[in-house]
Design a protein around this ligand. Structure first.
Ligand SMILES: C[S@@+](CC[C@H](N)C(=O)[O-])C[C@H]1O[C@@H](n2cnc3c(N)ncnc32)[C@H](O)[C@@H]1O
Ligand SMILES: [Zn+2]
Length: 440
């Protein structure tokens, strides 16, 4: 097993996290990824690869019920991302508990992906008919309807399975969104040859645009592919197969990466499976970070990178010693990757010297009797390690570094507060308590 645990700061190029992606995303700086591709579990009855936990008794559970997600997460979305919460409540009315649970799982993570994505960045969400219609609404809520760019159909007709009373389902859908206007799109890097039978049409049809015009001198070879892409699915016996059931073709990933990133850019795949995105990014000289919670993929990825035969495995950092899963999803732990050495660098810190900070923390911890400084905090007594120093009046708004302006909050409260004023934060906290539970 490859392993070179990193310490401190932010994850660098060629890092694989074997962990639930939520706390990893929460620990990443804002605006660091140029491109995010995600191929999450699809809310099928049988989920491949044990998405939220290890298989029980050798079989995978249908995991999407309310007990597998956190009320806490929905409450957070209600307050900080009301549109996402509205999409979830709508889905709960339509599709009931499994959809509400699935979309809460996705919503809380997509909100983090939005934050981690650079202003000029793009995100590609890969899904299929089982939840795609709800996920598009969710993406509108997170990224904004005006930032929707494409609905790409990946068409893979040559796979087994021919139902007798339906048309065979042979495509997946990939929603492409930009974070804002001014997104990157490298049209010339993804051009494809024009089929001989269409050449005449292209030759005379100037309405297609000068750059795609093939007949005259100004011709650029090939056309930008339309939004239906045909690539063969990865067959078990194919060269690129590494035996992972939901493995996606490298060709598909290469087109996405070429279109929406430049050499040296950072590509992030928070549900990376057997690291197809990472391999494609490496081949195209992009930086990459992959996250997957399934322990088995650590070995598969190691093997795959070794087979790439570029000595890559020596450079890859696999962080594969997560806290137990139950701990990882405990809200007290959210965002604080103790023992992982991952620390946000974009949140600001008190300007006090380290020793003074530690003394202040010890004093406040005892004064606050081990409780978070927020009266509405749901966690009661919180361990010392999960407490963080917070500026009551944020530094961004002129708050000072003096001890009188510093209190102790638990990690989740500190993150919820962000750089808002204390009064504003408390008002929101009071609202939290009034939010109606989801009723199915
Ligand atoms: C559809 S597969 C991705 C396949 C990948 N695109 C490839 O080509 O190999 C979805 C992956 O998400 C992972 N996963 C599910 N829940 C996760 C979570 N909370 N955090 C990180 N990974 C998760 C699963 O273990 C699975 O490998
Ligand atoms: Zn708290």
């Amino acid at each position: 097993m490859i392993s070179a645990p990193g310490n401190g700061g932010q994850p660098g190029n060629r890092t694989i996290f074997i962990h639930d992606n939520l706390p990893v995303l929460e620990g990443m700086n804002s605006g660091m990824a140029d491109l995010i591709y995600l191929d999450p579990p699809f809310n099928k009855n049988r989920i491949f690869g044990s998405p939220l936990g290890e298989p029980e008794n050798g079989r995978f559970e249908d995991i999407w019920n309310w007990s597998t997600v956190k009320d806490e997460h929905l409450t957070h979305l209600e307050i900080r991302h009301p549109k996402i919460a509205a999409a979830i409540r709508g889905a709960a009315r339509m599709g009931g508990e499994p959809y509400a649970a699935y979309l809460t799982f996705m919503g809380i993570r997509l909100a983090q992906m939005w934050r981690v994505l650079k202003e000029s960045g793009s995100i590609y969400l890969h899904c299929d008919h089982t939840a795609g219609h709800y996920l598009k609404v969710m993406m509108d809520a997170v990224f904004g309807r005006k930032n929707f760019r494409n609905e790409i159909v990946w068409f893979y007709p040559d796979t087994p399975g021919r139902p007798k009373r339906d048309f065979p389902r042979k495509h997946d859908t990939i929603f492409r969104y930009a974070k804002k206007g001014g997104w990157l799109f490298n049209a010339d890097n993804v051009r494809v040859p024009i089929a001989p039978e269409s050449r005449e049409r292209y030759k005379y049809s100037r309405t297609l645009g000068g750059r795609e015009y093939l007949g005259g001198k100004s011709a650029v070879a090939g056309k930008v592919p339309e939004d239906v892409w045909r690539f063969p699915a990865v067959k078990k016996n194919s060269k690129e197969s590494c035996g992972y059931p939901t493995q996606k073709p490298l060709a598909l990933m290469e087109r996405i990466i070429k279109a929406s990133s430049r050499e040296g850019d950072l590509v992030l795949d928070p549900f990376c499976g057997c690291a197809t995105t990472c391999v494609a990014a490496e081949r195209l000289k992009r930086k990459w970070i992959g996250i997957d919670l399934h322990k088995r993929v650590a070995d598969l990825i190691g093997e795959r990178l070794r087979n790439e035969n570029i000595g890559l495995h020596k450079k890859v950092c696999v962080r594969d010693k997560p806290p137990k899963l139950t701990e990882a999803v405990d809200p007290r732990f959210a965002g604080s990757l103790f023992g992982w050495g991952l620390a946000r660098e974009d949140l600001g810190d008190s300007g006090l010297p380290a020793k003074q900070k530690e003394e202040l923390k010890v004093r406040l911890y005892s004064e606050q009797r081990g409780k978070c400084g927020n009266n509405h905090c749901p966690y009661g007594e919180v361990g010392y390690d999960f407490m963080e120093l917070d500026h009551i009046k944020p530094r961004a708004k002129g708050g000072e570094d003096s001890p009188g302006n510093i209190q102790l909050l638990c990690g989740p409260c500190n993150r919820r507060k962000g750089d808002r004023n204390w009064d504003e934060f408390l008002k929101e906290e009071a609202r939290r308590e009034k939010i109606a539970p989801l009723i199915f």
